[in-house]
Design a protein around this ligand. Structure first.
Ligand code: B16
Ligand code: MG
Length: 212
């Protein structure tokens, strides 16, 4: 039985990888570290500071202090926020918008479960804030996926037992998080390849075939 559905944001409801890429690339260039789309793919679902550490694996300069790392992450975020400010409701597909509406009408409680600290801002830009009963994001967690904290918080906000929650994710780390949190899981996009989720979705509206 499923009573609540928890959605990852980036890669499930909206696609901001290109903005993450452009912003990290600009930051990486500023300190002369190599960065490409393949490295960017490893950042999916990973927190901002953990993403920076992955990028710095290629860094060969003088060791960076924690303070400097925070500064670099802040610079990236400023560039990223500038790019996010160009988003509009047209950046959400009709398939996504109508699926969320239909699930609500069927009586499911819906929450966001995103690692991003910019999640609310993104939802505001694309006019999806009202689609959710709760929002669990990078601001209310101290451990990032594959730790289940973000999803367990979402379940808590909704008042649901994790056993009755379904997580929809595009990242393997997110599917691992759902499983270790004792939740059901559905993979979409890249996460389909890891073959760990109970359900695989070609498009979000495939949820409507089993969330009746
Ligand atoms: P921010 P999700 C994740 O969002 C992104 O996939 C990941 O690339 C990003 O580093 C992370 O949010 C943190 O984002 O810098 O905005 O706090 O997929 O969990 O919705
Ligand atoms: Mg994601």
């Amino acid at each position: 039985m499923i009573e609540s559905i928890i959605f990852d944001l980036d890669g499930v409801l909206v696609f901001t990888d290109k903005f993450h890429y452009q912003a990290w690339k600009q930051m990486a260039d500023s300190i002369g570290v190599y960065f490409d789309e393949e490295i960017n793919n490893r950042l999916r679902g990973v927190s901002r500071m953990d993403s920076l550490e992955i990028i710095l694996e290629r860094y060969e300069g003088e060791p960076l202090s924690d303070e400097r790392k925070l500064e670099l992450a802040a610079e990236k975020n400023e560039i990223y926020r500038g790019l996010l400010s160009t988003m509009t409701p047209d950046d959400v597909s009709t398939n996504v918008r109508e699926t969320l509406k239909a699930l609500h009408e069927r009586g499911y409680k819906l929450s966001l479960g995103s690692s991003s600290k910019n999640a609310r801002y993104i939802l505001e830009r694309v006019d999806l804030l009202d689609a959710f009963d709760a929002i669990s994001d990078g601001n209310n967690i101290s451990r990032s996926k594959p730790d289940p904290e973000v999803f367990l918080k979402a379940a808590g906000f909704l008042g649901s037992d994790p056993r009755y929650c379904l997580v929809v994710e595009d990242a393997e780390a997110g599917i691992d998080a759902a499983i270790s949190g004792g939740m059901h899981s559905a993979a979409i996009g890249d996460a389909v390849n890891c073959k760990k989720a109970e359900k695989e979705l070609q498009k979000l509206s495939d949820l409507l075939d089993f969330c009746l």
